[in-house]
Design a binder for this molecule. Sequence first.
Ligand code: UDP
Ligand code: LCN
Length: 816
Amino acid sequence: MATLKRSDSIADNMPEAFKQSRYHMKKCFAKYIEKGRRTMKLHQLLDEMENVIDDQVERTRVLEGLLGDIWFSIQEAVVNPPYVAFSIRPSPGFWEYVKVNSANLSVEGITAADYLKFKEMIYDENWANDANALEVDFGAFDFSVPHLTLSSSIGNGIGFVSKFLTSKLSGRLENAQPLVDYLLSLNHQGEKLMINETLNTVGKLQMALIVAEVYLSGLAKDTPYQNFEISFKEWGFEKGWGDTAERVKETMRCLSEVLQAPDPISMENFFSRLPTVFNVVIFSPHGYFGQADVLGLPDTGGQVVYILDQVKALEEELLLRIKQQGLNVKPQIVVVTRLIPDARGTKCDQELEAIDGTKYSNILRVPFLVENRVLRQWVSRFDVYPYIEKFTQEATAKILDLMEGKPDLIIGNYTDGNLAATLMAGKLGVTQATIAHALEKTKYEDSDVKWKELDAKYHFPCQFMADTVAMNATDFIIASTYQEIAGSKDRPGQYESHAAFTLPGLCRVVSGVNVFDPKFNIAAPGADQSVYFPHTEKQSRFTQFNSAIEELLYSKVVNDEHIGYLEDKKKPIIFSMARLDTVKNLTGLTEWYGKNKRLRGLVNLVIVGGFFDPNKSKDREEMAEIKKMHELIEKYQLKGQIRWIAAQTDRKRNGELYRCIADSKGAFVQPALYEAFGLTVIEAMNCGLPTFATNQGGPAEIIVDGISGFHIDPKNGDESSKIIADFFERCKVDPGHWNKYSLEGLKRINECYTWKIYAYKLLNMGSMYSFWRQLNKEQKLAKQRYIELFYNLKFRELVKKVPIPTEEDQTPVSNP
Ligand code: UDP
Ligand code: LCN
């Protein structure tokens, strides 16, 4: 039977595929166009096919071979009778678009732009037909930068860049001159590093390296750099090569190898030794960003945890590198967030706060200004756009003052932080990195084409424009998982969904971002292992929380912190903890539990999230979820089996809570409809809790299903609760079963998800991409001008439509 070959386009293959079952396919297409204009997802196409071909054997036959290959790669169909257009994704990152005439099944390959126009006809016909509707094409500036070609290489940008540099710098001696020029430009606050003008050509540098190496061979390995600094300076070498004769020699050997015949490994190794990053700015404007009492508040979740842990790991790695480079420099990492006067008992109204567990890192808070009035209260992450430009200007001035010069690297977090990073990095000419945590576009179905319906709540155009601008402006992108970039076999990645999309009436993005761009890199975060460690490490456990946790879980008292109770204390506990957002689906888990008698017989349920009075919430989604939780507890008569605990802000106590759940031989369940990464999953696994987590998003990659935990389908509650119940049933007869999953989870974490690995990778990227941006200066500049135009003419206009709270709206809300 014929199958799909990658060498042929879908448009070439489709007529052949239709021939297999022409009769049935014609009937299917007639059905598809019956209801007129609409978009359809794959499951709808299959459901309607089921109505047309009711015999299952026949249906299976139709979907075998070539047609099946094509059909199951469809992401979306747009019906515009008599045509049906399809967007088809044969593998991650690869998209094709075709238009089929339902009358005769003729097939035509179309461009992304034509597909989008076809789709716009459903939402805004006049605009779709406007020949001058705004088309945005960031890809037009990418012609000179090389791209990856394999789906499997996506996310390994640094590997590709080092290979590409290897070929670019090899061959004739002069080819390596850009590297020499780059080394000449390195300095710390004006003081030269690595080499000076004496060694301004490849030839001179190569010779000097040989002489220096011979000299170093005659010294004891641990001879400090200071002992030979003066002679080295005369030869043209400056500080930065190493702290001892041995380290200097290794670094020099590494460069000599690169200059002689470069290979990617020496290249990466050499860049990891270069003194390029000392001062880092990290933007995270929205939410309550603080070190105490902020977690679990709306919009204040994993991003805060991630950044604080990231800062600690980065500072540690920076201090190690600086020492090894033989330098006497204090690194500075500053997290820039917004200052919130109505701080609800947190320290978010304080301008400067030292970061615990670090020597030199701080949080700098800059207020949001509205015509020079300070915005006093928290605003949702969806509403922050009007303030970002002014906020960044103020922040830039403060940073230049605080750091006594420019930072070396600017990292953005989430849409607002990435936009701020773009504006600051563009202005100062500094290397930029972006981190999404979550891109909202994939969280809400059709959030692009239906933007008008959703605008009052979410202002998605601002968000998607800002995201696209930042993705294009940045030098490198740090993703937590592969799926974040390019999804899985069936589901497009978060970044990938920005490749081509349209906001009818506003702009048609025909090329938003290319996931084959070598700027994409995967560096997964970890969990703080001094807080989240295995429940079996008895001597390290935080016993001071024992009685508080006992009360939290098992007392029958109902108060502001907990409601419900657990009648049978001997049962294991299934536990979940998240912000009470719709997408976290804590209500879904409660419902699955409520419905599954077998599961209720086996385990208790403990939920941490939100608080209990919907009127106290200012967050739209949270209010609805609070009400739903109460309804479900009533509907399924869960009292006696559920304990619902309000959002918890003490990380140490939470660490101990996970471990107490492990003591009960329980499990962690992460039921989110979609989870970008899922820090709670790795926290739970670090504590030795067997974990069941959503198959939608990051957790599907963190856990190897059936080995280091289990995947559950949030859209199929019955099946998910069955998987959990089966596990606990098996544990009853085979206690080793629980231990096996506890240990395998831990193994997985230590191999792939630690902050040490993360910090090492990130600083290597900082170093390598600082050179890469120099090499691609012209292309970068051209793109930057395009971005500025787009930002000024389009984005700023959109931002004006986001409402700004008045002074009267500024009533403080009590802390939950
Ligand atoms: N968290 C918390 N208290 C709560 C809810 C969450 O301390 O009431 C913490 C949780 O331990 C984790 C983070 O907030 O460190 C949530 O991160 P995750 O990646 O799971 O989700 P996000 O909130 O970022 O979407
Ligand atoms: C935001 C999310 O939604 C989570 O999935 C991530 O784990 C968190 O940020 C940290 O990156």
